[in-house]
Write a protein that binds this ligand. Structure first.
Ligand code: ZN
Length: 292
């Protein structure tokens, strides 16, 4: 396993981690500068942040800092109640693929969606089997375009607590089944984003990571699972503050051949988003070296 204790060469910051600092939204350009000042070599930004900052301006700023993208957040949300909605989702994913390409991202992360409308509290249907079928078709259609432009798609299985509203793919095994069905040759065009927050509890985790192998492991996200968890979405912990065995999981991932970034992704409305961004980033660096 790689030694992270001496430097933070393999640290990436998902920009959601510091999108709010002392309670206020911070522009992406500021976040990129804060990361560059600390010698952080990679980030994973969100589409809304990039849209606000400007796609070309963001690409220029990244190039000026020699900074790369460990991933781009995010595509997905394929299910819809009707044909027009399904087509709109595919169009939106095509735009996300183009943006990821402009930013030269390592992959486009897919949060695949679930019951349409559930995110707003009113699902338009409740058939999760149908949602999974629409997700499968949506990934298949998007993969065709992604292959043409050369942008790998990374399915991110989410914790089952988010099966209704954000993603109806909830285990690494399920994500890999879809990868095998759509990309049997393991071309590198389709794989997974493995986020410890979503999968740490899975009794099949080690075996499925070995099954995934280097070709399917496109991204690795780290944070920690707080006790108690006070909010289903935005109460993630800092690495080392709670119960996820980070080094053990990284060992499995690297044994399978993964050699990329450990991307810190912490949504923390009640803690880290209230602190100064400098403190959050410096803590990420320290914990990357000590516990990741
Ligand atoms: Zn993630």
């Amino acid at each position: 396993m790689r030694d992270f204790s001496q430097d933070h060469r393999w640290l990436s910051i998902n920009t959601a981690t510091v999108r709010k600092q002392q309670g206020a939204e911070v522009p992406l350009a500021t976040i990129i500068d804060q990361c560059a000042e600390r010698g952080i070599r990679a980030i994973s930004p969100w589409r809304d942040q990039v849209a606000a900052a400007g796609l070309d301006a963001t690409a220029r700023q990244l190039r000026a800092h020699g900074m790369e993208l460990s991933g781009y957040c995010r595509g997905g949300f394929f299910p819809a109640a009707d044909g027009a909605g399904l087509r709109a989702a595919l169009d939106d994913n095509r735009r996300a693929i183009d943006e990821a390409k402009t930013l030269n991202a390592a992959c486009l992360v897919l949060v695949v969606g679930a019951l349409p409308g559930a995110l707003g509290g009113t699902p338009l249907y409740t058939d999760i089997t149908r949602a999974r079928s629409e997700v499968f078709d949506g990934i298949a259609a998007s993969l065709e375009y992604a292959r043409q432009v050369g942008m790998p798609l990374a399915i991110e299985p989410l914790h089952p607590m988010q099966a209704a509203d954000r993603a109806c793919i909830n285990t690494l095994e399920h994500a890999l089944d879809i990868c095998d069905a759509l990309d049997a040759q393991k071309t590198g065009a389709l794989g997974v984003a493995l986020d410890v927050y979503h999968v740490w509890w899975d009794p099949k985790l080690q075996a499925q990571i070995a099954r995934a192998g280097k070709e399917r492991l496109l991204a690795f996200h780290v944070c920690d699972w707080r006790l108690p968890t006070r909010d289903l979405l935005s109460d993630r912990g800092m690495m080392g503050d709670a119960v996820i065995e980070l080094k053990k999981i990284r060992q499995w991932v690297e044994a399978a051949g993964f050699e990329g970034y450990a991307e810190v992704e912490i949504f923390s409305a009640l803690d880290w988003w209230l602190r100064p961004g400098q403190e959050t980033l410096d803590t990420c660096i320290a914990r990357h070296r000590s516990v990741v």
